[in-house]
Ligand binder design. Structure first.
Ligand code: FAD
Length: 355
């Protein structure tokens, strides 16, 4: 029998960061993951505090942003690898109404740190079509998720903390307030299964709203803008002539395989960003499924009937921004009984688990 304090199910961004926090806090963790491609590896890892047509600033950004930046920077130093790439994004206005809204937001003290200069129509450069102008989003970044996950995986393997397998719920026994799975016994299990939580017998009835997303990698000539652009879709330059564009949202077709309809949609939107679209060649098509939730906040906490079972999931489209703080908060809760913030606590949906 192999005993540990915590069994983590899933090594996406959530399970990885949680394992790191818990292990650093002195707990003994085992992570179970089948090693298949997951949403975290597919994600662009964009960190954009102001999002949506209404230019809304992410709730609790003053906690999320510094925690994420400090956490990824810390891992960069430790592993001598660059994960966090911070640079401004140019957001193209798509109407006069949007421009007026952004101007109002820019006058709001809470938004000032995140909104930069407005750029006049026709001045964005790189052949971008900007009839209403554009504005710099100053605090934006992207996280190299694939490199980060690979680094965490190596760290787990070096420490014999990773078990490559899929945990079948029927094989998990709840005994004497603990959990037992095969040869492993733990005080608690934390499910970080990404969108596959919908099949989880204990937490599957929570209001998950998984969405499929697709990204294309293109080589284009003339070269794409030298900075990230957001205008209906986002565009992330990678090297001299390469660019990633994304991402689609679909709620009807939950398979992680790339789809021709999504590629067409992305290419159409890409072309509409320019006066004269660059010539391109598709280098790669990737797709994955995001674990979105009904209220757009993560869902974290113990099951109301089985206190040895926890969920930590629902990072949605903001995993790179949310995961460092949310995993830290769950770690503090487990070690010091620090209350979980109400906005992420599973308690808000207890009725769905107690019916
Ligand atoms: C196209 C696309 C673009 C995106 N862009 C961004 C972006 O720009 N910025 C951003 O922040 N987020 C983005 N996201 C969202 C982000 O990728 C997800 O929110 C995040 O990766 C979820 O991480 P996770 O660890 O919860 O889930 P996942 O990454 O899906 O990992 C879950 C893991 O659990 C494992 N697992 C599941 N069931 C079991 C089981 N029974 N036993 C063992 N293991 C199991 C899976 O195999 C998987 O490895 C994007 C997603 C997609 C698809």
């Amino acid at each position: 029998m192999i005993t540990c304090d915590i069994l983590i199910v899933g090594q996406g961004l959530t399970g990885s960061l949680l394992a790191w926090h818990l292990q650093q806090a002195g707990l003994n963790v085992i992570v179970v993951d089948p090693g298949e491609t997951n949403a975290s590896q597919v994600a662009a890892g964009l960190v954009t505090p102001i999002t949506g047509r209404r230019w809304v600033l992410t709730e609790a950004i003053e906690e999320y942003w510094p925690t994420a930046k400090a956490f990824y920077r810390h891992l960069e130093q430790l592993w001598d690898t660059r994960f966090w790439h911070e640079r401004p994004t140019l957001r193209i206005y798509r109407s006069e109404t949007e421009r007026e809204l952004a101007r109002r937001r820019a006058r709001h003290p809470g938004y000032r740190a995140y909104l930069g200069e407005e750029v006049a129509p026709g001045k964005a450069g790189f052949g971008l079509a900007d009839p209403f102008g554009s504005r710099w989003l100053t605090r934006t970044a992207h996280l190299a998720t694939t490199a980060l996950l690979a680094a965490v995986r190596r760290w787990l393997q070096r420490n014999h903390r990773l078990h490559q397998s899929r945990l079948l719920p029927e094989d998990l026994a709840l005994q004497g307030g603990k959990v037992r799975w095969g040869d492993f016994q733990a005080d608690i299990a934390i499910f970080c299964e990404g969108w596959q939580v919908v099949h989880n017998p204990w937490f599957g009835s929570l209001p998950w709203q998984p969405s499929r997303g697709q990204i294309l990698t293109l080589e284009c000539r003339p070269p794409p803008p030298a900075f990230p652009v957001n205008g209906g879709i986002w565009l992330l330059p990678e090297g001299e002539n390469q660019v990633r564009i994304g991402a689609t949202y679909r709620w009807d077709h939950l398979t992680p395989a790339p789809d021709a309809r999504d590629s067409e949609e992305l290419l159409r939107k890409f072309a509409s960003l320019f006066h004269q679209p660059p010539e391109y060649q598709i280098l790669k098509e990737t797709a994955g499924i995001r674990p979105n939730t009904l209220d757009h906040h993560p869902i974290v906490g113990p099951h109301p009937r089985f206190p040895q079972l926890f969920v930590c999931n629902g990072m949605g489209s903001k995993a790179a921004l949310y995961a460092p703080l949310v995993c830290q908060q769950l770690c503090d809760h487990l070690l010091h009984r620090t209350p979980l913030p109400a906005r992420i606590h599973l308690r808000r949906y207890h009725d769905r688990l107690l019916d």
